[in-house]
Design a protein around this ligand. Structure first.
Ligand code: FEO
Length: 394
């Protein structure tokens, strides 16, 4: 147990070695943490649990430090298994303990554990006195599940925000002022880009609502990564910025290629962007970490996507990427497509169509050449890059 504020303790787990999360969907190069918290007042309150592979060590630690029978209530801010996974094990030891959660939370807990425990449903503005301190609840629906909840501990003024404001990051220290800021922000924006982007319009409204509540937030303690102790509102302000069609003006060129003809086109398009001093990043999608790439696409103003044609469509890595782009519901970005082909030549058109369907404004007709591009055709790719650079400014 680590005391993070008077009588508020971190009782989570550091998962240094985690490299994939959400099954195999999300890369976690710097591990993660499952932050659970314990508040010791007249009542002893456990807020969230940890992922179930750690349930026994978690329960043993709670037993040793506080005694499971002494836990008076459990708040479940979010039941996704990385936080709620150990709830079944804990409840098997203390089955009558009241659980505080949202209506959606109770529904989803029942769908996970098939048990009808002592649920106490809370909604935004509800509060519970636990002694000197008071818990105030703020629903965080779709940030990022229907059940998501923030628990504000009035007294020490700590916001236990669950996934919101978290990062998949497991440094030695628990606090933002004691870690590498570049690493911290890289992981925070990667978390937002990969998990929260589709919900950006809701996040903007939620941040406005949190600010309007005027709670004197002295610390934000999420359920992954470090706790925002120094200037905690900095991450709330960042979320506000990220939730509003965010971009840093960069361009991502991403392609897949069989015999490097499409690669040559990519490099020539890059030359065209460079002529106009556009900062671009180039990726061969077949060997690129998709979570890192989605982070770069989130930061980009433009995306230029290429594939050669196979079986009348795109290469499989590009097919997957196009689906991801659609699912992320990026806003205020422009795109274009390119690729080499042998005879039928569908790939660039398929990409262009998918970009349009994903809400990306297509800035140019797709460019494609048969087999290996000639020097003259590569010059046309340079010009394609140049006209894309101009479209960025429009
Ligand atoms: Fe960290 Fe939505 O679970």
């Amino acid at each position: 147990m680590i005391e993070i504020k008077k009588n508020v303790y971190w009782v989570g787990v550091k998962d240094w070695s985690l490299r994939q999360f959400h099954g195999h969907e999300l890369s976690t190069h710097r591990g993660s943490t499952y932050n659970s918290y314990l508040i010791k007042d007249e009542k002893t309150v456990l807020v969230d649990t940890v992922w179930d592979p750690y349930k026994e060590e978690f329960a043993e630690r709670l037993e040793k430090e506080v005694g499971l029978q002494n836990i008076d209530m459990i708040v479940i801010n979010h039941i996704e298994p990385d936080h709620g996974g150990s709830l079944g094990y804990i409840m098997s030891k203390i089955p009558n303990t009241p659980i505080y959660c949202t209506k959606n939370g109770a529904d989803i807990i029942k769908r996970h554990f098939h048990q009808d425990w002592n649920f106490n449903i809370v909604k935004t503005g509800d509060s519970v006195k636990i002694g000197e301190y008071e818990l105030i609840f703020v629903e965080m629906q779709m940030l990022h599940w229907p059940d998501s909840l923030l628990t504000y501990v009035k007294g020490p003024n700590v916001a236990l925000s669950n996934d919101a404001f978290g990062q998949h990051y497991s440094p030695a220290s628990l606090f933002n002022d004691e870690v590498d800021t570049c690493e911290l922000y890289q992981e925070a924006i990667k978390y937002y880009a990969n998990i929260l982007t589709p919900f950006s319009p809701l996040i903007k409204k939620k941040v406005e609502q949190i600010k309007a509540l005027n709670l004197p937030i002295e610390m934000i303690a999420p359920s992954h990564g470090v706790i925002w102790r120094e200037n905690p509102m900095q991450i709330v302000e960042k979320y506000y910025e990220w939730s509003q069609d965010y971009n840093e003006g960069t361009v991502v060129i991403v392609y897949d290629t069989m015999y490097k003809a499409t690669k040559k086109m990519a490099e020539a398009i890059g030359e065209g962007l460079a002529k106009h001093n556009v900062m671009f990043k180039m990726y061969d999608n077949s060997i690129t970490d998709q979570s890192d790439l989605l982070t770069e696409l989130f930061k980009a103003k433009g995306m230029i996507i290429g594939s050669c044609t196979v079986n009348n469509t795109v290469l499989r890595s590009i097919a997957g990427l196009l689906d991801e782009i659609k699912g992320h519901k990026f806003k205020n970005k422009i795109g274009a497509a390119f690729g080499s082909y042998g005879w039928s030549g569908e790939a660039a058109k398929v990409i262009s169509k998918h970009l349009e369907e994903a809400g990306i404004k297509v800035a140019a007709e797709p460019i494609q050449f048969r087999y290996v591009p000639t020097d003259e055709e590569l010059l046309q790719c340079v010009e394609f890059g140049e006209s894309f650079a101009k479209a960025l400014g429009e």
